[in-house]
Design a protein around this ligand. Structure first.
Ligand SMILES: NC(=O)c1ccc[n+]([C@@H]2O[C@H](COP(=O)([O-])OP(=O)(O)OC[C@H]3O[C@@H](n4cnc5c(N)ncnc54)[C@H](OP(=O)(O)O)[C@@H]3O)[C@@H](O)[C@H]2O)c1
Length: 336
């Protein structure tokens, strides 16, 4: 089955972009920039003068997107770093590259990349393909790049980790469950694809997006307790017309007819990128804030506004669970 992304006019993005501050002198690391919100965010911060590291798995799509960015901003410092989030070994290699390229430190790590409603399959490391791509590999990146983030925060007063969640953090479940964070890839409910009935593919996606928000809550809590100047923020794009739905339809996660109807309610990928861009660029964005077009399950489009982390994942038990299980997965001690 196939589905072609709808082109939708941006309503808020042009004005929003005009109001963004200069990013000159800032080093930005971002995952998943071959399309969608990651491409828009990379394009925007490159235009604002940032030094940019694009972390993508090797593909024709990555080569093409990187070339567009490099051609658009010939004077910008833009590095392409191979990073397949389905493999911890690949992520560890990417980390070495980032450390080599950024001796000055890192101002912003944007954990943007994601996949949705894929088959019940294990990665090479044994984890659910969605959980490792969307959360566990980003946890690894964040932990290993923390010394560079701390270095920048000490020198310039702050640095930021920005995670990308979804309205799917609430549906079908508001409870993060440990089995999705363990080595159970391929054994997490099968390939039921009904979005409306919250079948297995969507349960796994829900858990990954809940994990993105819970990770932000746990990181914010730990950074605050140790008096760090590194900020932890999270965004969601509402419903944005990107390649996410195209990839899901191709994998059997959504029917093309249903996707067409659903996405007619969505916004442009540029409007969808305002959440992560707010977290990355706005001078007054605070640690522990969530940016998106509202906090309800129906917040599908609109301006990105800040709201508080929500109690269904911002509670002691869930913060402890996400930290413990994520540390176990990447083979690291619990300390930050
Ligand atoms: N679009 C929406 O309505 C929506 C709603 C809620 C949340 N989100 C979140 O927004 C984020 C961005 O998604 P998008 O909507 O912009 O979709 P997209 O256009 O499909 O972009 C996803 C990006 O993630 C990358 N990626 C996927 N698997 C990867 C892997 N194993 N290693 C490295 N990169 C990988 C893709 O690269 P490849 O070219 O290699 O596949 C692509 O660059 C995701 O976290 C998603 O969950 C989107």
């Amino acid at each position: 089955m196939s589905y072609t992304r709808k082109t939708v006019e941006s309503i808020y993005f042009p004005k929003f972009k005009e109001g963004l501050p200069s990013m000159k002198g800032k080093t930005v690391v971002i995952t998943g920039t071959t399309s969608g919100t990651g491409f828009v965010a990379a394009d925007t911060v490159a235009g604002l003068g940032a030094k940019l590291l694009l972390l993508n798995r090797a593909s024709e799509r990555a080569i093409k997107a990187n070339k567009i960015l490099k051609d658009s901003y010939p004077n910008a410092e833009i590095h392409s770093v191979d990073c397949d989030l389905q493999s911890f070994a690949s992520v560890r290699n990417a980390i070495k590259e980032v450390i080599r390229i950024c001796p000055e430190g890192v101002n912003i790590l944007c954990n943007n990349a994601g996949v949705m409603a894929l088959k019940d399959e294990a990665t090479i490391d044994g984890y659910d393909v969605q959980m490792q791509t969307n959360h566990l590999s980003h946890f690894l990146l964040t932990m290993e790049l923390m010394p560079l983030l701390e270095k920048t925060a000490e020198i310039s007063g702050e640095s930021r980790v920005v995670n990308h969640s979804s309205v799917a953090r609430m549906n079908p479940s508001k409870e993060l469950k440990k089995e999705y964070l363990e080595k159970n890839g391929g054994k997490l409910g099968g390939d039921g694809d009904s979005f409306i009935f919250g079948e297995a593919r969507w349960k796994r996606y829900n858990q990954t997006k809940l994990a993105n928000a819970a990770f932000t809550a746990a990181l914010h809590d730990k950074l605050q307790k140790k008096g760090s100047k590194v900020k932890a923020l999270v965004a969601h794009p509402g419903l944005a017309n990107t390649e996410l739905q195209v990839t899901s339809v191709k994998d059997g996660g959504m029917g093309s007819f249903f996707t067409g109807i659903l996405m007619s309610m969505g916004q442009s990928m540029e409007d969808g990128a305002m959440g992560i861009l707010s977290c990355m660029c706005l001078e007054n964005a605070k640690s522990g804030e969530f940016y998106g077009p509202g906090s309800s399950v129906m917040a599908l489009k609109g301006k990105a506004e800040p709201f508080f982390l929500e109690s269904f994942y911002n509670n002691e038990a869930t913060r402890e669970l996400i930290w413990k299980k994520s540390c176990e997965a990447i083979g690291r001690e619990l300390a930050l």
